[in-house]
Write a protein that binds this ligand. Structure first.
Ligand SMILES: [Fe+2]
Ligand SMILES: [Fe+2]
Length: 223
């Protein structure tokens, strides 16, 4: 008698390329796949547009603070890694990046990290008396951005936890690990810079700029 193989067939017929068992099993476990997919697009738009792009500008204006620049650079490159890590998941779930970059940037789930003194990116900052935006002003923007990212990825973890979608959960929780570190870094720097108060983050330094110890996706996707 043939041995029973309960997983050999299922709802998706053999050879059918219009459906995905990877989605079917999530729906069977109660995941609203379309809602999750759209939230993922909003979340990666925030990584790419709200932080990676604007952190580039913020890092430039931390001129004179090499230590802050380096830490801002780590956060910047790791946010790019977060975009890279989660983007393939959108396609696995049957979605797509918007075909227009403006549309993508507009649907970011977090506010853009504009350089202070630019009226939300409307113009260059006033640099009168050799003063630009202060390091404390910039660190406040960085801190608030990280906090939005923590809330965002925590929600994705909530929607996928408990075996409902182990793959998205794994990717989101790796990103969340780094967002929590980023918040701690900027609390430490802002607290000392603005208030003169020591609030250690536990951080020393990444091995390489943008090390992304949890979310680096080279071993997963990129050659
Ligand atoms: Fe991020
Ligand atoms: Fe971050």
């Amino acid at each position: 008698m043939a041995r029973e193989m309960p997983h050999a067939t299922g709802k998706v017929p053999p050879g059918d390329v219009t459906q995905r068992v990877g989605i079917e099993v999530m729906e069977a476990r109660g995941v609203n796949v379309e809602e999750l997919r759209e939230k993922l697009i909003d979340a990666i738009a925030a990584e790419f547009a709200s932080t990676y792009y604007y952190y580039t500008i913020l890092r430039m204006y931390l001129a004179g603070h090499e230590d802050y620049k380096e830490i801002c650079e780590d956060a910047r490159l790791e946010d790019r890694a977060h975009f890279e890590l989660m983007t393939p998941r959108v396609y696995e779930l049957g979605g797509s990046l918007p075909y227009n970059l403006h549309e993508f940037a507009d649907r970011a789930g977090c506010p853009h990290a504009y350089l202070p003194g630019t009226d939300n990116g409307q113009h260059a900052p006033e640099m009168g008396d050799g003063k630009g935006p202060s390091a404390a002003d910039i660190l406040e923007v960085l801190l608030d951005s990280e906090r939005c990212a923590i809330r965002t990825w925590s929600e994705i973890c909530d929607l996928t936890a408990g075996g409902k979608d182990p793959r998205t959960y794994d990717l989101a929780s790796r990103i969340l690990n780094e967002e929590i570190e980023h918040e701690a870094w900027f609390i430490e720097l802002l607290s000392m810079e603005r208030d003169g108060v020591v609030r250690p983050s536990g951080h020393f330094r990444r091995g390489e700029p943008g090390e992304a110890p949890y979310s680096k996706n080279r071993p997963l996707y990129n050659p």
